[in-house]
Design a protein around this ligand. Structure first.
Ligand SMILES: NC(=O)c1ccc[n+]([C@@H]2O[C@H](COP(=O)([O-])OP(=O)(O)OC[C@H]3O[C@@H](n4cnc5c(N)ncnc54)[C@H](O)[C@@H]3O)[C@@H](O)[C@H]2O)c1
Length: 266
């Protein structure tokens, strides 16, 4: 009998993952490598992403890393070129790097607007452009990362939400443009997930996690989910594995929500 799980295997495939030194990007890198992909990992945290690559190699996988600022086109081109030079091809591009931004839209300053547009909009676009160039003629899968913030207007998350919303239209439009090249483009919109990104709400002035803040945060997130769960990075990584693999060959231009039902309209 054929093993239906074989369709998820990424043996001989090559994947680039940005934001791979921490949280969701790290989990994506580990899961894709665990499924057999050779991975090339980029992050602005050079030492952090090198440590993730080293751990994958120590575990028997193939991984390389390099420092990349996703908002810089030359960095993204160089990251994808590294994958093609080292492993001969690119099959999967996961544009995961992202940052938080807090504060009311009425007061946000120009530098912060430029920072968020740079990392989320330019960063995702430049990653996609580099990937499309490498994938043209042979196909591939691009996975971009939005957020549950695209579904709900929440005070103080406006700049984050609008730049993440741009990623969905970028991805859907690109999907219509490159489908003929066999390239699929999908977006994941993660629900609240405990990572360095969410921990900013939970730390005191010394940078220590305050247990009461952690409990309150987990309670608030559980309350939003009909199944009472708070997400972990692996929940997003399993979804990215599906979208990277041939199991999702009929899926493109879609927004995928592993979020515990947090954004069900109620
Ligand atoms: N954690 C959540 O609740 C949540 C929810 C929805 C969406 N997301 C999105 O998921 C993605 C991953 O977030 P996470 O929760 O794992 O956070 P994280 O802070 O743990 O990881 C983000 C990574 O991106 C890297 N990064 C930041 N700016 C960069 C740049 N300019 N160039 C290259 N790398 C850069 C950071 O160094 C870090 O390793 C982000 O796009 C975030 O917006 C997170």
């Amino acid at each position: 009998m054929n093993d239906p799980l074989d369709v998820f295997r990424l043996t001989d495939r090559v994947a680039v993952v940005t934001g791979a030194s921490s949280g969701i990007g790290r989990a994506v890198a580990e899961v894709l490598a665990g499924a057999g992909a050779r991975v090339v990992l980029g992050d602005i945290d050079e030492a952090g992403v090198a440590a993730v690559a080293d751990a994958i190699v120590a575990d028997g996988g193939d991984a390389l890393s390099q420092r990349v600022d996703v908002s810089v086109r030359a960095d993204q081109d160089s990251l994808v070129a590294r994958a093609v030079d080292a492993f001969g091809r690119l099959d999967v591009m996961a544009n995961v790097a992202g940052v938080a931004s807090d504060g009311p839209l009425a007061d946000v300053d120009e530098a912060e607007v430029d920072r968020l547009l740079g990392i989320h909009v330019k960063g995702t676009l430049f990653g996609c452009q580099a990937a499309v160039r490498a994938m043209r003629g042979r196909g591939g899968s691009i996975v971009n990362v939005a957020s549950g913030a695209i579904d709900l207007a929440v005070p103080n998350y406006g700049l984050y939400a609008l730049t993440k919303s741009a990623i969905t239209m970028l991805s859907q439009t690109l999907a219509t443009e490159v489908g003929g090249d066999g390239i699929r483009v999908n977006v994941i919109a993660p629900g609240a997930t405990l990572t360095a990104f969410t921990e900013r709400h939970l730390r005191d002035e010394e940078g220590e996690i305050v247990p009461e803040r952690l409990d309150a945060f987990l309670d608030a997130m559980r309350a939003r989910s009909p199944i009472g769960l708070v997400g972990e990075p692996i929940d997003q990584a399993w979804l990215v594995l599906y979208l990277a693999s041939d199991a999702s060959r009929f899926c493109t231009g879609q927004i995928w929500r592993a979020n515990g039902g947090q954004t069900i309209p109620r």
